[in-house]
Design a protein around this ligand. Structure first.
Ligand SMILES: Nc1nc2c(ncn2[C@@H]2O[C@H](COP(=O)(O)OP(=O)(O)O)[C@@H](O)[C@H]2O)c(=O)[nH]1
Ligand SMILES: [Mg+2]
Length: 218
């Protein structure tokens, strides 16, 4: 997180991570589609075969009651194994991650590989993996031959997981909201966010989610 006290500006960065084709770009496209004017344009660098080459980027901006403007930068990474060094660069300076897993049974090993790769890349960036804000989404719940939610819960233990069908926008805002909550709590622990900037968790979430249209109003 970067804080500019003079300009009263806080800049945060979150990254959507996961294996190739799990739905990271789709999550950002859906978030972008739900937003009103508070966000900039979605920059997506997908190649024609639907695979992200470098990253996608979505900027979100909102103001706090204490007069700070919060700039949130949302990135995706390219999932293909060969793009490991690009993922490390995109993760640098991240304040939180959403891990987008593919629910299909055939994707189990790709999910596991990507999770370990994320852990290694966070550590390589000097980030403490254990306490780092992260949420997990199990996407593509509409497809046949997927892991049941019970199986997923059993294998992920304490880590909360969120089911989604990103192509229909289901679970996308929920995942994002939980990411923002985890992000806020971590920043408050590290930077006494609430007292320094006069932003409660509730106000923070309201600020970010006010960017969405009526579909997120629950
Ligand atoms: N059936 C289904 N397809 C999805 C879902 N989410 C994404 N996809 C498709 O999976 C492919 C890869 O999605 P994309 O967002 O580009 O994946 P990325 O590589 O993680 O950025 C695209 O064809 C998407 O339309 C979903 O929830 N259900
Ligand atoms: Mg992509």
């Amino acid at each position: 997180m970067q804080i500019n006290m003079t300009a009263k500006e806080i800049t945060m960065k979150v990254v959507y991570y996961g294996p190739a084709l799990s739905g990271k770009t789709t999550n950002l496209q859906q978030l972008h589609a739900l937003m009103n004017d508070h966000c900039g344009s979605l920059v997506t660098l997908d190649t024609k075969d639907d695979r992200t080459l470098y990253f996608d980027f979505l900027p979100i901006e909102f103001g706090t009651a204490a007069g700070f403007s919060v700039k949130l930068k949302v990135f995706t990474v390219p999932g293909q194994v060969m793009h490991k060094s690009t993922r490390k660069v995109v993760l640098a300076g991240a304040d939180g991650v959403a891990f987008i897993a593919d629910s299909q049974r055939s994707s189990a090993s790709a999910n596991a590989y990507s999770w370990r790769d994320m852990e290694a890349n966070l550590k390589a960036n000097g980030i403490d993996f254990k306490d780092f804000p992260k949420v997990v989404q199990f996407n593509k719940r509409d497809l046949p031959d997927i892991k049941s939610l019970q199986e997923i819960r059993d294998s992920w233990g304490d880590t909360p997981t969120h089911p989604a069908v990103a192509t229909r926008g289901e679970g996308v805002v929920e995942t994002f909201r939980e990411l923002m909550r985890a992000l806020y709590r971590s920043l408050d622990d590290k930077h006494t966010f609430a007292s320094k900037f006069g932003v409660s968790e509730e106000a923070f979430l309201k600020g970010v989610l006010a960017n969405f249209g009526s579909r997120s109003a629950s």
